[in-house]
Ligand binder design. Sequence first.
Ligand SMILES: [Zn+2]
Length: 188
Amino acid sequence: MSGFNLLHLITNAKPVTLKPCGLPSGTCRTKKTWPKSFSQEELKKRLSPIQFHVTQEKGTESAFRGEYTEYKEDGIYTCVVCGSPLFKSETKFDSGSGWPSFYDLVKEESVTVTDDFAYGMHRVETSCSQCGSHLGHLFDDGPRPTGKRYCINSASLGFQHGHSLLIQTGGLGPGRNVTNRTENSWRI
Ligand SMILES: [Zn+2]
């Protein structure tokens, strides 16, 4: 990957004001209404520094450094803070961006999206709908069938091997082929 690297800008991201995103009801929440909450003190003890920075301070891990960027095991990716299931391994694809990328969610309501206007650009931030932890961003340049690209920090994720009973599989089946993307224009 070459060219301009946004990471150096985003690593020191400060919290931005969240606002309703205007998407269908149930997908947007304000920061104060998460069903699960954890004290910052507890999270500082439980999480690694990068996990805390990404999830609680809207940080971004370095590209290609994350634990799950090249991870290919079968299972469920969960929120590292509250354990909620977020993504299935079947929907993970190699975006070449340097961050784990998924084209669909376990459940539509598992992730909350909000507008992010930091750094003079409009992006769509993704957060865990249960605890509000920052996950990454959502772009509309993903592969079929959804056309979405959830660009997620490994530091926001946990992993459960196998297909957990937490998940009601529906919709997308396993084993779909996804075209790899090699452009260097990825952003997170
Ligand atoms: Zn969570």
